[in-house]
Design a protein around this ligand. Structure first.
Ligand code: NAD
Ligand code: GLY
Length: 361
């Protein structure tokens, strides 16, 4: 078992890296969460694949397991779905000891977490991420929430889980496109925090693509270590944590303008390329470094550009971003590979050129 600790002012909790669900009941016992109502929240796809095995495991530590299934997809990440969760919680008389089990990708984790943060002013929840994106990013760090009127994650709360249980074998059923989308967030860690990790990804790309177990597991562990470190230093994004938004300012705008036709990770990849180009124009990234990131994204079949989208709409959409302060958009910009800085001092001309780099007519 590989354990990683997240230590924040509001909570200290472990991330467990496993290859099956067999250890889940033990962790629940260790965390003193047995013998109470538990509710698995999963979308329809994950419900079909993994609900029963998780339910069986939970039934060894409690007599009361409930399950709630919602429609899959980012378009359902909204307050209407949360309202349905609350109704189910109330109908079944969930109380402050009830544990919500978020079983699924980032959409499930963000929503189940938000419902747990707000129901009865906060009930415990557990993250069991089943997509690569959720295993390396969204399940760790306590960002929960939903989209609102075309703005990504604009309603939400920082609310940490009791623990994160990663069963890497769930990735075997993940559609290839979803795996690739997760790789964009993996590559992000290399770009923002570690040149060594970026090089590791370049060297191991074949084994990663063929899902060679040890390499995959090591890669996920490294991402969790990097994220746990950032979140432990800055839980509520008052400074350092902003770097995790690398590629997200333009990425989120593309995601919403395209009405979620592209996956979150795909848009993050495009957003990363856009800011790399912006930094290249500033002389802070070389042509060669930009190419390396492009090549790695392309290797995992992530889009390098899109077309037939209004650049002006993408630009305007960016002002709805959570990170806008006094009408100025916050950017995370690279300095080579493995280092970034944050700034609001980016001109409209620079932004439009960056968008031009990934949006072709
Ligand atoms: P997702 O949750 O929609 O999952 C993607 C698809 O994969 C879904 O159709 C799902 O049913 C399916 N799926 C999940 N696990 C599977 C498995 N093991 N086998 C087969 N199918 C499976 O999307 P995602 O990419 O996991 O998450 C994206 C969301 O995460 C976005 O809403 C984004 O805003 C959010 N996010 C949050 C954070 C955070 O810190 N909270 C960080 C990054 C992204
Ligand atoms: N994915 C950005 C963060 O967790 O802060």
């Amino acid at each position: 078992m590989k354990n990683i600790a997240v230590v924040t002012p509001t909570k200290q909790y472990p991330i467990l890296l496993e290859q099956s669900f067999d250890g889940l009941a033990n962790v629940i016992k260790e965390q003193k969460l047995s013998d109470r109502k538990m509710c698995i929240i999963a979308d329809k796809n994950v419900d079909k694949l993994y609900k029963e095995v998780v339910k069986k495991e939970l039934q060894t530590v409690t007599d009361e397991v409930y399950c709630y299934c919602f429609s899959a997809g980012e378009q359902h990440k909204n307050l209407e779905t949360i309202r349905n969760f609350y109704e189910f919680y109330q109908q079944n008389r969930f109380d402050r000891k009830t544990v919500i089990i978020a079983l699924g990708g980032g959409v499930c984790g963000d929503m189940a977490g938000f419902s747990a943060a707000t129901y009865l002013r906060g009930i415990p929840f557990v993250q069991i991420p089943t997509t690569l994106l959720a295993q390396v990013d969204s399940s760790v760090g306590g960002k929960t929430g939903v989209d609102f009127h075309g703005a990504k994650n604009n309603i939400g709360a920082f609310y940490q889980p009791e623990f994160v249980y990663i069963n890497t074998s769930t990735l075997k059923t993940l559609p290839k496109r979803e795996f690739s989308a997760g790789m964009a967030e993996v590559i992000k860690y290399g770009c923002i925090l570690s040149k060594d990790f970026f090089q590791y990804l370049q060297q191991q790309k074949q084994d990663i693509l063929s899902m060679q177990h040890d390499v995959l597991s090591e890669m996920i562990k490294q991402c969790c270590l990097l994220k746990a470190d950032v979140v432990s230093k800055d839980e509520k994004e008052s400074g350092l944590r902003e770097i995790l938004n690398f590629g997200h300012t333009i990425g989120h705008a593309i995601e919403t303008v395209l009405d979620f036709q592209l996956l979150h990770g795909e848009c993050v990849g495009l957003g990363m390329l856009a800011v790399l180009e912006l930094a290249r124009e500033r002389g802070q990234v070389t042509e060669q470094e930009l190419k390396k990131v492009q090549e790695l994204l392309a290797y995992f079949e992530l889009p390098l550009s899109i077309n037939q989208v209004s650049k002006e709409r993408i630009y305007q959409q960016m002002f709805l971003d959570k990170k806008v302060k006094q009408n100025k958009i916050r950017f995370v910009l690279p300095k080579g590979i493995g280092e970034v800085y944050t700034t609001s001092e980016v001109s409209e001309n620079e932004i439009m050129k960056a968008i031009d780099f990934v949006v072709k007519i």
